[in-house]
Design a protein around this ligand. Structure first.
Ligand code: FAD
Ligand code: NAI
Length: 466
């Protein structure tokens, strides 16, 4: 029986990063993974394949619509979907191999199979009808999440798909109906719209991207509509019937009322994700869940069973890869006796569409609700030189600062490369910096990031280029 300092169950961004950090700190570590490949949702059916398809489909759209105006004359691009899927797969394979390399480099044992917690210090690993029990001083649960399903709508991953099926469609659907205007719906909706689908998004709430700043979400919706997205807000899909030619989706107002039927070729269900704890034996082991089925943890990631911790999508908080990674590092450090910590006030969120949407800290709605006095500085990309010459002027930067102290409370950006631009705000917020600090920091010219500086100047009503 092997004996470890730490066994991590799950090798998504939470699990594998935790394992690497623990190994760096001198622990003898094993990871348990039931999937054929390492890397979890993120590498196999999440962040990475979706970003590969977003990149490839954006290039396709640019070649078709933007090259000519820059004087680059090419014949109309043709879609080779199998080749695009192959491009996606190469990206997945490269990243999965990268995780395998990290396991070897850090001398981490990879135990293939389903992990079950038998009690403090004991994990059973089962695969192909065989099982072994490993002993360990500590256990970290990093088993991630699974797609949330809608009652009465059966996902077959061919015509009625989750994100997993939508990442591998064999042909471009003529009509794609997306249920849920969250991150997955807008990212994968963008992919298939660029490749030729008519996309309609049905959303239960009266707005898209709940949780993001309302003003940003409104402008985002307008831009997506200009691109060809159709939205049906405050609506719910109550059922989908299939005949040999089409899917017939029944849609009702969210508050109830007369239903209408909308035809589609593919329906994408993306209404959120649920924590994944199947097969872990939590109940028998006495590990408590919260009312939403997430593993319950204390501020130090400890579960109700001694020596067992949990991180990532399976616990509370935003279901984001970088949140899982940071928790992985923090819990490894805590187990090693250090002061591991995650600052949940500074976790950026990015939607990788065109334009991108990025956000960190509080939204204007949250500040209003909390009764916090704040000032706002905004700067549009139409007034940013680099954006003007590149003719990519959609969007703006919005900065929210404390009215009394000028401390940065939230930054929200809609525009190309917004996902890269958010990080200067994250660093500043980690240091408790002010809008004035940002406004006085020299920014290279000509960059889109100058719009961030200008928005910070606008907090003090002294933007230069507006
Ligand atoms: P996971 O990545 O889900 O990994 C859990 C692993 O545990 C899996 O490999 C699973 O097989 C394994 N496992 C489960 N139970 C057991 C068991 N009993 N024994 C052994 N192994 C087990 N986040 C972002 O930050 N940016 C993005 O751009 C982004 N894009 C996304 C796109 C899509 C389409 C989806 C679906 C998600 C996306 N996410 C994105 C979310 C991101 O994928 C998750 O937040 C992240 O993967 C969570 O990491 P994790 O380590 O907690 O779990
Ligand atoms: P989500 O939580 O982002 O959005 C789900 C949407 O569906 C919400 O707008 C919700 O109001 C709506 N909804 C819920 N029930 C509905 C119903 N019955 N009918 C119509 N609409 C309904 O979830 P999504 O898009 O499935 O993504 C899951 C998770 O994956 C998210 O938590 C996100 O953090 C993560 N993710 C992150 C990405 C990124 O960081 N770029 C990309 C993709 C996913």
């Amino acid at each position: 029986m092997a004996t470890y300092d730490l066994v991590v169950i799950g090798t998504g961004p939470g699990g594998y990063v935790c394992a690497v950090r623990a190994a760096q700190l001198g622990m003898k570590v094993a990871v348990v993974e039931k999937n054929a490949t390492l890397g979890g949702t993120c590498l196999n059916v999440g962040c990475m394949p979706s970003k590969a398809l977003l990149h490839a489909s954006e290039m396709f759209e640019e070649a078709g619509h933007s090259f000519a105006k820059m004087g680059v004359s090419v014949s109309s691009p043709k879609l080779d979907l199998p080749a695009m899927m192959n491009f996606k797969q190469q990206g997945i394979d490269g990243n999965v191999k990268g995780v395998e390399f990290l396991m070897k480099k850090n001398k981490i044992d990879v135990l293939k199979g389903t992990g079950k917690i038998l009690g403090t210090g004991k994990v059973e690993v089962s695969a192909d009808g065989k099982s072994q029990v490993v002993e360990t001083k500590n256990i970290v649960i990093a088993t991630g999440s699974d797609i949330a399903r809608l009652k009465g709508i059966d996902i077959d991953e061919k015509r009625i798909v989750s994100s997993t099926g939508a990442l591998s469609l064999e042909k471009v659907p003529g009509r794609l109906l997306v249920i849920g205007a969250g991150v997955i719906g807008l990212e994968l909706g963008s992919v298939w719209r660029r490749l030729g689908s008519e996309v309609m998004v049905v959303e239960f709430l009266d707005r898209i991207l709940p949780g993001m700043d309302g003003e940003i979400a409104k402008q985002f919706q307008r831009i997506l509509e200009k691109q060809g997205f159709a939205f049906k807000l405050a609506s719910k899909v109550t059922g989908v019937e299939a005949n040999s030619k089409a899917l017939l989706a029944k849609i009702e107002p969210a508050s109830g009322g007369a239903a209408e039927t909308i035809e589609a070729d593919v329906v994408l269900v993306c209404i959120g994700r649920t924590p994944y704890t199947d097969g872990l034996g939590l109940k028998e082991a006495g590990i408590a869940l919260d009312p939403r089925g997430r593993v319950q943890i204390d501020p130090h990631f400890a579960t109700s069973l001694k020596g067992v911790y949990a991180i990532g999508d399976v616990v509370a908080g935003p279901m984001l890869a970088h949140k899982a990674e940071d928790e992985g590092v923090a819990v490894a450090e805590i187990i090693a006796g250090q002061a591991g910590h995650v600052n949940y006030d500074v976790i950026p969120g990015v939607v990788y569409t065109t334009p991108e949407v990025s956000s960190v800290g509080k939204t204007e709605e949250e500040l209003k609700q909390a009764g916090t006095a704040y000032t706002v500085g905004k700067f549009p990309f139409t007034a940013n030189g680099r954006s003007k010459v590149n003719q990519t002027t959609d969007g703006f930067v919005k900065i929210l600062a404390d009215a009394k102290t000028d401390r940065l409370l939230g930054v929200h950006i809609i525009g190309r490369e917004a996902g890269e631009m958010i990080h200067e705000a994250c660093v500043l917020m980690e240091f408790g910096g002010s809008a004035e600090d940002l406004a006085r920091t020299c920014h290279a010219h000509p960059t889109r990031s100058e719009a961030v500086k200008e928005a910070a100047l606008a907090v003090g009503k002294r933007a230069i280029h507006m």
